[in-house]
Design a binder for this molecule. Structure first.
Ligand code: GDP
Ligand code: MG
Length: 184
């Protein structure tokens, strides 16, 4: 990492990360779990939150992620271009117990690519793995879509915390690694 006695001043960077995906897939709860270790059994978590700045430790360096939540706009298919502006990372979320939310992923990826840089680091997230008996989308299907689209992939549960931090960290670490390579 060090080069000519210099190091990446990572604390100077704030990475904008956006959460997208259909309504009720658990975007707000993924953020609530990650940032505050909280979970809401209703949709209250969506209201009022625009973004949350979260300090993260990546390879022993402090990095700040500014994680944006949609505040429910996606219900009306009206996520504004301002939401995407300047994003360097994205979590594109579906609900493994809801096939239609998986079918929407292509549309969300199109929207992301319309409004942001093609190089935005993106992870496909299949949330609600705790709902085992209600699963409608297999892990293999999620994996295959991610591979075809060149995305990272992870299944999570905001309810039981499984892989939540890992999903955010995967994106932020990749952004950090890309930035480090560019700097040197
Ligand atoms: P958003 O519209 O994508 O922001 O979704 P929310 O975070 O508001 O969650 C929608 C609903 O799904 C709420 O009732 C949550 O309690 C529930 N939910 C979110 N994540 C999970 C999860 O991992 N497991 C289960 N069982 N329910 C979840
Ligand atoms: Mg929400």
């Amino acid at each position: 990492m060090a080069n000519n006695g210099e190091e990446v001043q990572s604390q100077d960077y704030i990475f904008k990360i956006v959460l997208i995906g259909d309504s009720a897939v658990g975007k707000s709860n993924l953020l609530a779990r990650f940032a505050r270790d909280e979970f809401y059994s209703n949709s209250k978590s969506t209201i009022g939150v625009e973004f949350q700045t979260q300090k993260m430790d990546i390879d022993g360096k402090e990095v700040k992620a500014q994680i944006w939540d949609t505040a429910g706009q996606e219900r009306f298919r009206a996520v504004t271009s301002a939401y995407y502006r300047g994003a360097v990372g994205a979590l594109v979320v579906y609900d493994i117990s809801s096939r239609p939310t998986f079918d929407s992923i292509g549309r969300w990826l199109n929207e992301l690519h319309t409004h942001s840089d093609m190089n935005v680091v993106t992870i496909l997230v299949g949330n609600k793995t705790d709902l085992k008996d209600a699963r409608e989308v297999s892990t293999a299907e999620g994996q295959a879509l991610a591979e075809a689209q060149g995305l990272f992939f992870m299944e999570t549960s905001a309810l039981d915390s499984s892989n939540v931090a890992a999903a955010f960290e995967t994106v932020v670490k990749e952004i950090y690694d890309i930035l480090s390579r560019k700097v040197f």
